[in-house]
Design a protein around this ligand. Sequence first.
Ligand SMILES: Cc1cc2nc3c(=O)[nH]c(=O)nc-3n(C[C@H](O)[C@H](O)[C@H](O)COP(=O)(O)OP(=O)(O)OC[C@H]3O[C@@H](n4cnc5c(N)ncnc54)[C@H](O)[C@@H]3O)c2cc1C
Length: 638
Amino acid sequence: MGTFGNPDIVEVETDILIIGGGMGACGAAYEVMRWKPDHIRVRLVDKAAMERSGAVAMGLSAINTYLGENNPADYVKMVSNDLMGIVRDDLIFDVGRHVDNSVHLFEEWGLPIWKQPGDEDKALKDGGKPVRSGKWQIMINGESYKTIVAEAAKKVLGMDNIQERVFIVKLLLDSKVENRVAGAVGFSNREDKIYVYSANAILLVAGGAVNVFRPRSVGEGLGRTWYPVWNAGSTYAMAAQAGAELTMMENRFVPARFKDGYGPVGAWFLLFKARATNGKGENYLEINKAMLDDYPPYGKSHVPATCLRNHLMMKEQKEGRGPILMRTDTALQALAKSYEEEFGPKEAKKKIKHLEAEAWEDFLDMCIGQAGVWAGENIEPELKPSELMPTEPYFLGSHSGCCGIWVSGPEDLAPKEWCWGYRSMTTVNGLFTAADGVGASGHKFSSGSHAEGRIAIKGALKWVLDHKDYKPSLSRSPKDLAEEIYAPVRTYLTHKDYTTAVDINPNYITPKMLQFRLQKIMDEYVAGVSTGYVTNEAMMNIAVSKIQELKKDSEKMMARDLHELMRAWENYHRIYAGEAHLRHMLFRKETRYPGFYYNMDYNFVDEKNWKCFVNSKIDVKTGEWTAFKREHKDLVPK
Ligand SMILES: Cc1cc2nc3c(=O)[nH]c(=O)nc-3n(C[C@H](O)[C@H](O)[C@H](O)COP(=O)(O)OP(=O)(O)OC[C@H]3O[C@@H](n4cnc5c(N)ncnc54)[C@H](O)[C@@H]3O)c2cc1C
């Protein structure tokens, strides 16, 4: 039996290892079981419990990507415009042509999808017309969305092949074959056990990153963020440390959401047709419209890019015309009026009651903290508007952001330099990724992430079948790995009696304190909330040196229990994800995403010199980062 400080080491052999249990992983688990020969072993490892893990944990009220009557080329155009022109059209088109099938499966597995009157009993796959809240979004009763999707994955893969509550710390390269993944190592956050996996192929789908930047909610509000707190940049950090090429890590997402509660705004804007105004009641999107002329073509399209919409909002706030208000009151009153005219007062009353219930449910089923704010502040949305605020930055590749890993594209669409044989393989042989892991292809959302997990695992399976004689040879011994993983525990046990206050000690730093330090650096030097999302090269260079110091001090992190050990390792991942972001921002000599961040040395979009991918790589032998350009191509006419 392992004890705290002396964990058991368990070695596990598999053919395919799936790291993560979110939407991408669930899609992969479902799909691999349809194709794999019996002898191929698959194992899925999640740091949490799949039923409620990852970004869909609490549920959602809309599936944001369902093409239906739309075509994939238009989808590519929309994504490209929203991400300021630099995306991989091949990857996006591929998701677009497959995503609806995942949504049809969700419905078959029991997910309630809203339908147009008359089509209530008709499945989407049989032509049932969904209620759309926007061109690409469909409304669902999604409180149990993740449970439903996870249940299907668990059922096909079987719990014998799934390990929950195991946090993966790093990927292991092969000691004999150059640039080839051979396994991974992690630890249980429930028992004193280290798991060392050897595998022929790995699908790394551990989501995006939150809490790299200091959040707006601190002190009593600590823990509240828009992005779910469980994803700590593991995908980007582990891939980078294994030598995989990253792409567009300078991209970040700064969602404008309900202040303090971080509640979703999509249904309010799209379904309830609410407007946002400045503190004077003016439609700031309208009065600041001319600012969009500086950013053609991204500002000129029917729906300007998300970062540019933030850009207009931030102008109001900086110039003292806040607060920005979501006019829930006037939206619901206008709807009530139109119902009265159409259906008469009695029927209208019923309908508006139903609508108000939906408005509350929009929060209750995906962001209960927002319902808490409304209840706590006596806000009746039909009577009182709510404040909106741009949040702290997050890293993700499947929502309205596009940072991530550079992967091989579909053979029938990708130009040869974007395709190296196995779909979704990174530049490290045998290592695959999907969903938030894939860079330069945002707007997949929950459904597209599931679909992309399905696409990626087929690439991984093909790799395994083509390399069936491969025998993994791990670059490090299990004992050595266990020592490294449990170092924070040893640090604590060795020094804990040196002082009487357990968290104040000259020999160690708590994970919480280290996290605060990282967040302070990122916030104050890398265009966080406190500088109004503004930075420059001199500031970023300070951040580079502060992060090097932080890395040295991070070796002194301690852990008092398994939970804190996970916090420590999450921090190691956050540091790498943050550093990747910083190094990419320093390399890109322009401000590609005004409204997400401003590099004041180059506060403009430079289409001539910088309409290209920025990629980076760590040299696994020296640990050195290099950033470089890769040519961009439009495959779909824009
Ligand atoms: C706040 C928010 C709201 C959203 N709203 C919508 C919406 O309304 N509609 C919509 O369609 N989409 C929405 N999305 C998008 C959707 O949730 C994501 O696109 C999707 O979940 C991404 O899938 P993923 O597999 O990459 O990551 P996730 O689903 O987040 O899964 C990541 C998994 O990795 C695991 N993990 C993390 N680190 C480790 C580690 N080190 N070791 C082992 N396991 C690890 C986690 O436990 C989790 O299981 C929203 C996303 C966010 C963040």
